[in-house]
Ligand binder design. Structure first.
Ligand code: ATP
Length: 275
């Protein structure tokens, strides 16, 4: 099971410059998470700044799908030199009873081992699925997963020199178990981008494309009203694809005019060329 978990120690492709429209959030994340991780000695020498206990803290990124939660988590890991462990909870569904608690324990054990080398971000996307409110109807198996998770997590929190940040992402923060919510005290609610944010996202996404010089970004930001960052990316890819197809067709037409193919020559079925 551990083999299916994505562990991305050094090859994170995302950095701040790839994220548009979230400048304020990035600034706060820099100050509250990255700065303490990078300057841990300042915090460990101060009694008043007991936060973040070593730098084991919990962060919750919430917001609608596609608004950049995963991107932010990866960029934080990259900027702070953390090892990024992406906990894929979808694999839990396919496991036999009794295997999933072992998987959870293995994730924590791996994080602890790796944290000897660098601080670790344990990223759990859709944390509400794993750690939503406990209900009467919970299967025994999912109660067991939650309890193993909480025990391991509390072990980290109580350990004096843990260097692990648990970072959860969810579209449904209200569904989280209250105990889990308390353990994720640094919270960011990312929203759908407004007009200015969409403009910045468009500029970031299109910065390396070969665009017409008269492209109107303001107009594009209006046309993408109501879209998430991910929707805007899709919109841009499709528009670029349409443009490339047009260019391709124009070039093909120009080429076949210069070098008539069999079908366009007088020997083929195409229109007869004048003598
Ligand atoms: P989900 O809730 O579905 O997991 P998410 O909030 O984690 O979504 P991401 O996976 O971070 O969203 O975003 C998906 C893709 O959308 C990114 O890989 C990126 O290409 C694009 N994207 C989203 N937000 C932004 C943004 N603010 N700036 C630039 N690109 C963005």
């Amino acid at each position: 099971a551990v083999a299916t978990m994505a562990v991305v120690p050094s090859s994170i492709e995302v950095s701040w410059k790839d994220i548009g429209g979230l400048d304020k959030e990035i600034q706060t994340l820099r100050e509250t998470i990255i700065m303490p991780i990078i300057n841990s000695e300042i915090f460990s020498n101060s009694k008043l700044l007991s936060f973040p206990k070593a730098y084991c803290l919990g962060v919750l990124l919430s917001g609608p799908p596609g608004c950049g939660k995963t991107m932010m988590a990866k960029a934080i890991a990259k900027e702070s030199g953390c090892i990024f462990i992406n906990v894929d909870i979808s694999v839990l569904h396919d496991m036999y009873v009794g295997e999933s608690p072992k998987y959870v324990a293995a994730v924590f054990s791996l994080a602890e081992k790796l944290s000897c080398y660098s601080p670790v971000i344990l990223f759990i996307d859709e944390i509400d699925i794993l750690l939503g409110q406990r209900t009467q109807r919970d299967h025994e198996a999912s109660q067991q997963i939650k309890s193993v998770f909480m025990t391991n997590w509390d072990g980290l929190i109580s350990s004096k020199d843990s260097r692990i940040v648990v970072m959860g992402a969810t579209n449904l923060p209200e569904v989280l178990d209250a105990a889990v919510y308390r353990r994720l005290p640094v919270r960011f609610n990312l929203k759908l981008p407004n007009k200015t944010a969409r403009l910045h996202i468009l500029q970031v996404l299109l910065k390396e494309e070969d665009l017409d010089s008269d492209i109107d970004f303001l107009q594009l930001s209006l046309a993408t009203d109501g879209m998430s960052g991910s929707d805007i990316k899709e919109y841009c890819s499709q528009s670029c694809m349409v443009r490339y197809i047009e260019i391709f067709r124009e070039q093909s037409a120009a080429d076949s005019a210069t070098f008539p193919t069999a079908s366009s020559s007088s020997e083929g079925k195409g229109p007869a060329l004048p003598d």
